[in-house]
Design a protein around this ligand. Structure first.
Ligand code: GDG
Length: 499
């Protein structure tokens, strides 16, 4: 089976899994769970956490069935699962099993906030001055990885499933599973950038992390650049020979493949939502609500994270309204910023700075009946997000560094009318794919301000042409195609003679 042909969808994935893996079930492993049960005054509620990873993978597992192993983070997660932490999801139409792992507050502090998000997250985004490596946090990270590995081994039972780990929270898991089950079929997708060796060297636990990941048969990264970085780190730190051309590392008789699999979105869902009459009505209501008749609209949608360049974007807006005063009263920017990792001081500080900056800009330029920036400090439902995308004449993705960035792909897919301009940071992985965007560098504030002006004056034919190219790219290389690439490669491993 090849990745060409009509656009990939859940049905084709279903067939691929049957063809490639036969009776072999799929086990997905991630820190974040796709469904969280929460205690509320009205009773138990099910939430789907907002964020790139779970939203992208839930439709995939719904298509294939199997098991998803994840941290049970919700306040009602225990009581809604069986004694082993298992619950069938989605609740309204069960398609697969969610196996929850329950962590103590100390474990969450050390593993999640401490090591994953205070050390690995900034390290991989090249922000080493923000990285904090504490041995205590590392010990929790290692212990929780062991807990995950034990749960995976339990879920594997006597079958030989294909196990697919997600992201930087679980770097040690693959080697632990490999140790117990040498013949296991293991893949890992790393959603964030991989740093070059000079940066990676800062990390005291760098060898353990690499050895953990090399327990996999297949390691997926977002771009070719990150693949090269990863292989260079393996050579520099472990002295192993990497074949950069082939993207392989030999460990004794075992071969590990390292490939670029740029992640994507459920493009058909966004296209359908964009065309729904309810979305058209919602766009009209939003325009009225914000008083946007005759006003051009810019939009930013982010998890409130220091890597997303929200502050730089606001500084550029400030400069834009001063350098191009003709847009005062004629252009409004809406920033949706979903609070994230709020137990980390840097995130709380960032929120304060962003809110202060928005207030300043609004006070400096605002006029009766017009506010330069509207700010939503909370998430909206995905169907509502599509309406915001449609409302937007331009979207700014100004990440200082970003593994991929799904907002860019969601925006172009939500504009079937071919209108809208995407201003896209050259430092986001997605910029390697979306060539119709207007490239920006978030470190060049004036350049970003000028790009805003350029986007607002771009003629509609050029806008349409750029959007057409980007939409075609995302439709063809959608989330199912991303999954197909990984599974096809893993299928090859499964068929190859094993050392
Ligand atoms: C990592 C990598 C990589 C945001 N606000 C709302 C909302 N969102 C959704 C967007 C989008 C997702 O959150 C954010 O996507 P990113 O790609 O920016 O993801 P990160 O959370 O940084 O995650 C990133 C990603 O993994 C996948 O591999 O692209 O580079 O850092 O889907 O739509 N969704 C809803 N309401 C909101 O207000 N419903």
């Amino acid at each position: 089976m090849a990745t060409s042909g009509p656009p990939w969808d859940s049905q084709r994935i279903h067939e691929l899994v049957k063809e490639e893996f036969g009776q072999r079930p799929l086990v997905l492993v991630s820190n974040r769970e796709p469904y969280e049960h929460r205690q509320t005054p009205q009773g138990v509620r099910v939430d789907r956490p907002i964020g790139g990873l779970t939203g992208a993978l839930d439709p995939v597992l719904q298509a294939t069935g199997g098991t998803w192993v994840a941290w049970g983070s919700g306040s009602a997660d225990r009581e809604t699962a069986d004694e082993l932490g298992r619950v069938a999801v989605p609740p309204e139409r069960p398609a697969y099993t969610l196996r929850r792992i329950f962590l103590t507050p100390q474990e969450v502090d050390g593993f999640y906030y401490g090591y994953a998000n205070r050390a690995l997250w900034p390290l991989c985004h090249l922000l080493i001055e923000r990285a904090q490596f504490s041995r205590g946090a590392w010990r929790h990270y290692a212990a929780v990885n062991r807990r995950f590995a034990e749960a995976v081994l339990e879920e594997m039972q006597d079958a030989s499933p294909a196990v697919w780990f997600q992201d930087y929270h679980l770097a040690l898991c693959p080697a632990l599973v490999r140790e117990a089950r040498p013949q296991a079929l293991l893949a890992h997708f790393w959603h964030i950038p991989w740093p070059p060796p000079d940066i990676f060297r800062v990390c005291p636990q760098r060898r353990e992390l690499l050895e953990g990941l090399l327990g996999n048969d297949l390691i997926g990264l977002q771009t070719e650049d990150y693949v090269r970085n990863f292989l260079a780190c393996v050579e520099a730190e472990l002295g192993l020979d990497a074949d950069v051309e082939a993207g392989t590392v030999a460990i004794g008789r075992r071969m590990v493949s390292v490939c670029a699999f740029p992640i994507s979105i459920d493009a058909a869902w966004f296209a359908r939502a964009a065309a729904a009459p309810s979305t058209v009505r919602l766009v009209r209501r939003l325009r009225q609500h914000y008083g946007l008749e005759g006003v051009a609209v810019g939009l930013g949608v982010d998890r409130l994270d220091y890597t997303k360049g929200i502050r730089e974007r606001l500084q550029a807006l400030d400069l834009f309204f001063s350098k191009y005063p003709e847009y005062r009263g004629r252009f409004t920017f809406i920033q949706i910023a979903v609070p994230s990792r709020t137990r980390i001081e840097a995130y709380r500080r960032l929120r304060g700075e962003i809110e202060a900056l928005i207030e300043e800009i609004n006070a400096r330029y605002g006029e009766a009946g017009w506010r330069p920036i509207h700010y939503l400090a909370q998430g909206v439902r995905q169907a509502v997000l599509v309406a915001y995308y449609q409302l937007a004449d331009l979207v700014v993705v100004s990440s200082l560094m970003d593994g991929m960035n799904l907002v860019a792909k969601e925006y172009v897919t939500s504009r079937p009318d071919g209108q809208g301009v995407l201003l896209l940071s050259e430092l986001a992985g997605v910029s390697r794919e979306l060539h119709g965007s207007v490239p920006i560098n978030p470190f060049d504030i004036e350049g970003l301000a000028d790009a805003l002006a350029r986007a607002l004056t771009m003629d509609s034919e050029e806008r349409r042409e750029r959007m057409r190219a980007m939409r075609a790219q995302v439709q063809a290389r959608n989330i199912y195609e991303w999954m197909a690439r990984t599974l096809l490669d893993l299928g090859k491993v499964a068929r190859a003679p094993r050392g």
